[in-house]
Design a protein around this ligand. Structure first.
Ligand SMILES: Nc1ncnc2c1ncn2[C@@H]1O[C@H](COP(=O)(O)OP(=O)(O)OP(=O)(O)O)[C@@H](O)[C@H]1O
Ligand SMILES: [Mg+2]
Length: 253
């Protein structure tokens, strides 16, 4: 089972959007679990899953409830969700009180080791204990980067954050919400992937097709498969797949 954390220290850069679309792409071939670690439960909403988690995330961390009982299936084959909800607001505190506090997420995932080939973590922004857990368990950390001096700083922060962990996760940056009418965006697309080994040349454009995910409540590839943004998430998944090499043990359907 390979774990892919979609993470940035910065908010609103396209983490949830990437997490949902990557999970959908991966589910074409693998058994996939998307764990929505965000208290807003946005990825959960997008996949039309009810956000309820009995006993909240605290019960999962304490081992009082089994993760299998909290997992929900989606409308898509081989794509399940561990829903996020308001209880995740306290997750940092809950983790802080637990033993080996940076390893709890990895520990919980051990329960479903045989059930999934790929786990995608949609992380909240910031350098929290939740993020430390995500990075600890991850084989790859995927970082959406909106062209701006601040998001370049966020890539450095993620590199430092992963470097400070025992994690050997590969960092995979990609440009997100790119508006080619803007000079800064065009020059970033030309220069950043060349300058930074960790940044792939996948470019997700800023487009209404992605915005529509909120009303369709579906992955972009399911309603607009031909558009550039849908293809970009497909390419991004192909790169991540090549880097982490998940093994398909058995297809569920
Ligand atoms: N390529 C895109 N084109 C247009 N809109 C986009 C694109 N990617 C993301 N968005 C929109 O930008 C907003 C923020 O994206 P998203 O929720 O994925 O970011 P996030 O990093 O998960 O945010 P947060 O840090 O708040 O969890 C959303 O409304 C989303 O629909
Ligand atoms: Mg998010």
């Amino acid at each position: 089972m390979k774990v892919i954390a979609v993470y940035s220290t910065k908010g609103g850069v396209g983490k949830k959007t990437a997490a949902v679309n990557l999970a959908w792409e991966a589910a074409k071939e693998f058994r996939v679990l998307l764990w929505d670690l965000d208290p807003q439960g946005a990825a959960t909403f997008l996949l039309q899953v009810k956000p309820k988690v009995k006993g909240g995330v605290a019960a999962l961390v304490a081992g009082d409830s089994k993760v299998s009982g909290a997992i929900r299936s989606t409308a898509y084959d081989n794509l399940d969700v561990l829903p996020g909800n308001a209880s995740y607001r306290d997750l940092d505190l809950v983790l802080d009180h637990a033993k080996k506090s940076e390893q709890r997420v990895a520990k919980i995932l051990e329960q479903v080791e045989r059930d999934y080939d790929v786990v995608i973590l949609d992380c909240p922004p910031g350098a929290s204990l939740v993020a430390e857990n995500a990075v600890f368990s991850a084989d790859a950390v995927v970082v959406p980067l909106v062209p701006s001096p601040l998001s370049m700083r966020s890539l450095e922060q993620v590199v430092e954050f992963v470097g400070a962990s025992v994690s050997k996760a590969r960092i995979v940056g990609f440009l997100s919400m790119v508006d080619r009418r803007k000079t800064l965006h065009r020059t970033t697309v030309e220069q950043l992937p060349q300058a930074q080994k960790a940044v792939t040349d996948v470019v997700v454009p800023a487009t209404v097709h992605v915005e529509r995910m909120g009303t369709e409540r579906a992955p972009i590839g399911s309603y607009a498969p031909g558009v550039e943004a849908a293809r970009a998430y497909g390419e991004l998944w192909a790169l991540i797949r090549g880097a982490v090499k998940p093994k398909a043990r058995r297809k569920k359907s």
